[in-house]
Write a protein that binds this ligand. Structure first.
Ligand code: ATP
Length: 210
């Protein structure tokens, strides 16, 4: 059965590094759908600059027209910190039989052992890790151990089991970050060609980072 992909993030704002990574993993993992899940209140970082509803609107604008890409607003609607484990538990209840793949960049994976109930995440979903410029896969510690015990390069493993594998995959390396984008805009420069035009338009119209 084709897995459901989940791509969480702050998306403050969404950029082509997110979109290309999601697209390549959707193709490699043969996902029928990949859900972008903007965090309402991301627990492991500073508060986002822009309100959750506007970050969600930018995600919607960015993915419009791409078959299989969906925006899932549950973390924006939910009160309290946006724990990934809660989102995955909800999805597991909605889709008891389907494999679920949580897509993360390597930087996010390297911090995963500090996430709320992180070991439960592997009981609920597979984790698909995309390489990101400047970050290397862990070889030591709990995450290095996790990778050696649960790592696979077989896409079939992610269909045969519902959860529990870690799949690391090289994607086109685009050195774009939301932090850099916010700095570009705050300094009065144009983010064009780093984010979709529709997102540029929202940023310009609302002045949300200026
Ligand atoms: P910030 O600079 O504000 O921390 P970010 O660019 O890292 O933001 P997030 O919304 O925090 O973006 O990231 C969501 C997910 O996308 C994370 O799993 C992150 O690792 C991944 N990601 C972000 N940018 C890239 C990129 N350029 N290439 C691959 N993965 C990325």
């Amino acid at each position: 059965m084709s897995p459901i992909g989940i791509f969480g993030g702050t998306f403050d704002p969404i950029h082509f590094g997110h979109l290309r990574t999601a697209f390549e993993l959707m193709q490699v993992l043969e996902l029928e759908e990949l859900r972008f899940v903007p965090a309402g209140d991301p627990p492991h970082r500073d508060a986002p600059l822009v309100a959750a509803s506007l970050r969600l609107a930018m995600v919607r604008a960015a993915i419009a027209g791409q078959p299989g890409f969906l925006a899932d607003d549950r973390e924006v609607r939910r009160e309290g910190p946006s724990y990934t484990v809660t989102t995955l538990a909800e999805l597991r209840a909605e889709f008891p039989q389907r494999p679920i793949c949580l897509v993360v960049g390597m930087d996010a994976f390297l911090g995963m052992d500090r996430w709320h109930k992180w070991r439960d995440i592997l009981r609920l979903a597979h984790v698909a890790v995309a390489h990101r410029p400047g970050w290397r896969a862990p070889t030591e510690g709990v995450l290095g151990q996790l990778l050696s015990e649960r790592g696979t390069d077989r896409v079939a493993d992610l269909r045969e089991a519902g959860a529990g594998c870690v799949f690391v995959h090289p994607v086109t390396q685009l050195e774009i970050s939301s932090t850099d984008l916010r700095n570009i805009i705050v300094n009065g420069r144009d983010p064009r060609y780093l984010v979709p035009d529709a997102v540029c338009e929202i940023i310009r119209e609302t002045g949300c980072y200026s």
